[in-house]
Design a protein around this ligand. Sequence first.
Ligand code: NI
Length: 162
Amino acid sequence: MALREIREYGDDVLARPCKEVKEVTPRIRELIEDMFETMYDANGVGLAAPQVGILKRIVVIDCSPEGEEPHLLINPVILETSGEQTGYEGCLSLPGKSGVVTRPNYVKVKAFDIDMKPFELEGTELLARAICHELDHLDGHMYVEKVEGELVNNEDLQQPEE
Ligand code: NI
């Protein structure tokens, strides 16, 4: 496993749509392991493949209470959303900053696991927010496009980064 360089806002790779994964090759398995390692190293709660420069539809998320399994989503698609939450959000590709974004409070996605078996995942609150945030990355979008008001410095606000 290895840490990968996290691309920062302004990098063209973050503004491009990602391609579907057709098969989990050894190379993709290594990418996924590296994505988890890179996310944990940066104290993030989520990371999308384009953030490490790879235009593939792969997301890792770990924002659950300790002891719960982290999430790997390959080719994720949102099936259902409901409700609304408004709160601060950050991104590992825009270090040190946060901004207020409104997201659904409930999200249901379908995705594929490491064995390319389909599954569904439901999330509320932070998990719902993280799913929406990371899936946006796969289509070349960043939360700053949705920020209400100004970005603030994290020194003024302690928030997890996605
Ligand atoms: Ni992000």
